[in-house]
Write a protein that binds this ligand. Structure first.
Ligand SMILES: [Zn+2]
Length: 293
């Protein structure tokens, strides 16, 4: 295990225990979250060594790479994904001055989002570490997909998106620098991550599925995300909700807590989370829209 000696956000060396949880999804192993005493950032600590992290992604079930539908949950996931792609395209359209351009999806999985952009005449590129997912996106959609961020060097994009990716990345600093370097001076960076200050996060506690330890290394809220953005030369322009996440995360959390998918309860709690978030913008997951300073 890799014991972090410094806060990834402010480099402070003092943290206190925040929550004890488990990898309910795959290994069943215990993991701890700590909170930085200086900036209040919450992160998984200790975490598996970089070369061992891969092991925790080996589950057949890891949804983003899967296309088969086995049950109602998978069907709902697929349904939400299809709507999600349209919503993401719609969001980019409202943000960009031009109607088309160059987009990089960082952590592009099987490339379904990029395929949609390609159809709408965007120039698209992906970055994906998982070899199988990369192969699929190349075969299925004929998209250029890089396997390492060093290959992006010298390229410029109008839009860079990371949909539930940043919380998985162990070299946060290098990645943020890379994103800065690859973004056009007027470009827009879109980063979606779970929100640990959401109502569903506090309701489900250690069972909250978006903790997803040890795959999720960082557990952002609006405050810590803004700090991260500013540390690397970005300005937070806007925050938008991802309303479907409250339902899906509640459904998984119900499974972790009760041992089965309690659909009615997940629906009620997802709905509750979204209603509460209308007042304080603390949705289950948030989309941060950034520009260069
Ligand atoms: Zn800190």
């Amino acid at each position: 295990m890799n014991e972090m000696k410094e806060c990834p956000l402010c480099k402070s060396k003092e943290f206190s225990p925040y929550l004890e949880t488990r990898d309910y999804f795959f290994s069943g192993e215990e993991f701890n979250l700590v909170q930085c005493s200086a900036c209040r950032f919450v992160f998984t600590n200790p975490r598996p060594e970089d070369d061992h992290l891969e092991h925790y992604y080996k589950s057949e079930e890891y949804l983003s790479h899967k296309n088969k539908l086995n049950n109602l949950k998978d069907f709902l996931y697929k349904f939400a994904k299809t709507i999600g792609i349209k919503n993401k395209f719609g969001l980019v359209k409202t943000l960009s001055v031009k109607n088309t351009g160059k987009i990089l999806d960082y952590g592009s999985a099987t490339g379904d989002l990029l395929a949609y952009f390609k159809k709408k005449n965007w120039q698209v590129a992906g970055l994906e570490l998982n070899e199988e997912a990369r192969k699929k996106s190349i075969e299925k959609h004929q998209i250029k997909v890089y396997s390492e961020k060093s290959e992006l060097l010298g390229q410029q994009f109008d839009i860079i998106s990371l949909w539930h990716v940043l919380e998985h990345i162990s070299d946060l600093e290098e990645t943020m620098k890379c994103l800065y370097g690859c973004l056009d001076k007027d470009g827009i960076l879109i980063i979606a991550v779970p929100n640990i200050n959401s109502w569903d996060a506090s309701f489900y506690g250690k069972y909250w599925a978006a903790l997803d330890t040890p795959r999720h290394l960082y557990h952002f809220n609006k405050h810590s995300f803004k700090k991260l953005a500013e540390n690397f030369g970005f300005r937070l322009r806007n925050i938008k909700p991802l309303v479907f996440d409250a339902y899906f995360i509640s459904l998984l959390s119900e499974k972790y807590k009760r041992g089965f998918y309690h659909y009615p309860m997940a629906f009620i709690n997802g709905f509750k989370s979204n209603i509460k978030a209308r007042q304080n913008m603390n949705y289950s997951s948030l989309i941060y829209i950034l520009k260069k300073l």
